[in-house]
Design a protein around this ligand. Structure first.
Ligand code: CAA
Ligand code: FAD
Length: 382
């Protein structure tokens, strides 16, 4: 086992760190206040290869490994968790699914512009009445020979307003339950496809979240992904990788909050000494550092196993479950260490605390991760 990062991985980490400091930090408070999407910054992330990091260069990607991806997302999320989720969705939920499961024609048409960052993508599984219980979705795609007709509503879709291409999961044969679900590539602007208003959120306010409304949208058959009935397995496979992205986002929020808290504790004085000299504060930092290291190890292990082609459903769920809890706990303690200053926007940690919460909800709530992990350990114990 080798815990050392390669020179290339260290370079990517440094590039992401520099980018976060110079390009993301300056406007992050304003974007959070105004719910402003980081358009310019996302464009630059595309130019740096950060929107299709693991995609083969022949499809417009950067051809990097998954550990590099974890490193880059952590650095971006340390400063701006909203930019990190844009990156995670485009890389893990959109590009990875297209590269692994699409045919050559679909890859050249859709993956290339998405992986190069020319456009961004979205992944639409959740519905108003079906989030965790994803097989109970109501959106339908009826087979009409050479095309499908799509009707229904998707909820809470990240990049909902800014995406150009959408992966939409829909029911084509309700009798067959999850075997009657398909995944389609849908283009913005197609007749009958409307985008709902932007959600006003607690955190990750720089990312744009919308509902998508489909009324008799005609999807050419060649835009179905994989064989008929493959859509649910497609979504689950994609989410296994996606959960590594969100685990890394959570890791970044935690390490960003910790670094600010450590610096603050070394300069803020109370009772004639820096507050880090009060053991109650030093112990909080010790707990934060320990749990962040454990979360980081889970993320790295999940990434390595993904690149080895192993089944990552359990380790990916573990990484997300644990890292999201660490993000929540660490950001709350970072606010506490900052005292009153932690409660105002200028010091960043209150935003991190608000941003942390979503990592326990999307791409499968913490309760769902425990279902995935417990089913896996039962299966493997037989
Ligand atoms: N990996 C691979 N396959 C999986 C899987 C996994 N983690 N979990 C389930 N499956 C497969 C099963 O093997 C089964 O397929 P077969 O019949 O071919 O074997 C099929 O899926 C159905 O499985 P279950 O009977 O276990 O299904 P279920 O109805 O009990 O639900 C669930 C399983 C794990 C709860 C699933 O519904 C789930 O993951 N729900 C959460 C949905 C979710 O994560 N949504 C995220 C939306 S995207 C998003 O949130 C993006 C963002 O915010 C940025
Ligand atoms: P529900 O499924 O109704 O769950 C409510 C509560 O019940 C939760 O605590 C849950 O854990 C618990 N629960 C449900 N079932 C069980 C069970 N069997 N056992 C124990 N507890 C259970 N979706 C997309 O498809 N694409 C996106 O890009 C996307 N982006 C999002 C961005 C944001 C900002 C938000 C808020 C959501 C996003 N989502 C997206 C949706 C997200 O994935 C869902 O909100 C999430 O999966 C939970 O579904 P739900 O909200 O319907 O909650």
């Amino acid at each position: 086992m080798n815990f050392n990062l390669s020179e290339e991985q260290l370079m990517i980490q440094q590039a992401a760190r520099d980018f976060a400091q110079t390009e993301l930090l300056p406007g992050v408070i304003e974007r959070d206040n105004q719910q402003k999407f980081p358009h310019e910054q996302v464009k630059k992330m595309g130019e740096m290869g950060f929107l299709g990091m693991m995609v083969d260069p022949k499809y417009g990607g950067a051809g990097m490994d998954s550990v590099s991806y974890v490193l880059a997302i952590e650095e971006i999320a340390k400063v701006d968790a909203s930019a990190a989720v844009v990156m995670s969705v485009n890389n893990s939920l959109v590009c990875a699914g297209l590269e692994k499961f699409c045919n050559e024609e679909q890859k050249m048409k859709y993956l290339k512009p998405l992986a190069s960052g020319e456009v961004i993508g979205a992944f639409a599984l959740s519905e108003p009445e079906a989030g965790s219980d994803a097989t109970s979705q109501q959106t339908t795609a009826v087979d009409h020979g050479d095309h499908y007709i799509l009707n229904g509503t998707k909820n809470w879709i990240t990049n909902g307003g800014t995406a150009t291409y959408y992966i939409v999961i829909a029911q084509t044969d309700p009798e067959k339950k999850h075997k009657g679900i398909n995944a389609f590539i849908v283009e913005k602007g197609w007749e009958g496809f409307a985008i709902g208003p932007k959600e006003d959120k607690l955190g990750i306010r720089g990312s744009d979240t919308h509902s998508l409304l489909f009324t008799d949208v005609k999807i050419p058959k060649e835009n179905r992904i994989g064989e008929d009935g493959f859509g649910f397995n497609f979504a689950m496979a994609v989410l296994n990788g996606g959960r590594i992205g969100i685990a890394s986002q959570a890791l970044g929020i935690a390490s960003g909050a910790y670094e600010l808290a450590l610096k603050y504790a070394q300069v803020r004085k109370a009772f004639k000494t820096e507050i880090i000299n009060h053991q109650a504060i030093a112990f909080k930092l010790a707990d934060m550092a320990t749990s962040i290291m454990a979360a980081r190890m889970l993320c790295y292990k999940a990434a390595v196993e993904k690149d080895e082609g192993k089944d990552i459903s359990e380790i990916g769920a573990m990484a997300k479950l644990y890292s999201s809890q660490v993000a929540m706990d660490t950001s709350i303690e970072a606010v506490q260490i900052h005292g009153g200053y932690g409660y105002v926007k200028e010091y960043h940690v209150e935003r991190m605390m608000r941003d942390a919460k979503i990592t326990q909800i999307y791409e499968g709530t913490s309760e769902i991760q425990k279902i995935v992990i417990s089913r896996s350990i039962v299966k493997n114990s037989k």
